[in-house]
Design a protein around this ligand. Sequence first.
Ligand SMILES: [Zn+2]
Length: 342
Amino acid sequence: MSHQALRARRGRFGVLAVAGAALLLAACAAPAQQAEPPSTSFSPSIVASSAGDPVTVPGLSSATSSSAEAPSPSPESSSAEPDPTPESTPVDAPQDDYTPPAEPPAPAPQEPAQTRDPATEQQPATGGGKIVVIDPGHNGANGSNPDIINALVDAGFGQTKPCNTTGTSTNAGYTEHEFNWGVATRLQSILSARGFDVRMTRNSDDGVGPCVNKRAAFGNDANAAAVVSIHGDGDDAGAQGFYVMTAERAPAGAAMAAQSEALASDMRDALVNAGLSPSNHLGSGGLWQRGDLAGLNLSLRPTVMLEMGNMRNSADAALMSSSQGQQQIAEGIADGVSAYLG
Ligand SMILES: [Zn+2]
């Protein structure tokens, strides 16, 4: 597409993005408690209502971190977002379940990805032990622990947000946290086999949190070479495709922001090569800068947050609910990481 066409499209996307953002917020993110001077293209009302689901940090218990904050007076998290986990019985203690992995997963023995399409096959890169942090959004017992996940935490640039949210789901009830976990564990296997040192911000899908600020700190503390946060969107049924989000403002300076943009660009290209389509609704060409996501605002490392599809769109939902679809998505993400760090 020509630059002019792209620009024109961008304009359209800008309008759509505003409308879409409101829906997105309703579906996938909890509203920010404190609207902050919106930076760019977001209207204040949208910023206020769009809290994404960001990334988090290690080590701390969210209960601890949130205790200092005034808990949100109104548990709003449920207002717009369908609670995808009505059935989930809390397995974990009602507390942020994050425990730092004792040691990084041992690199798996070299093995080719089973379902890779030869047409899109890429030579496995040598990870060289570079640290990649994978952040699977949300968690399985978030919905049954509102007191924990609704507590406000720092979201960067003067904003606060709920510790975490429940995420969205398909119309058939397949939850976003399960999708995120399925893709993350597949991605972990692929990247480990390529020689990367892979760390996960949560190590099960039946716990609570960790809070978004802790997820961000996790990547900072690990001095990650790349941080990839995985989510699925819950938008209008007609919206379809993935988008890659980066921080609108530069929390760690222009040079690091440029690294995040390079990671985002490589990621978008790799996802397209893997047969996935950029969003027809949000962002521009599969890329979108956001000012309201703690996982981006608080990260000091090259970081992208991925919305890998719209779980309310039938085609995306079918892809995202299937094992093959999750493998395809994980391979695309892995190729994006490899391209960036290769
Ligand atoms: Zn999400």
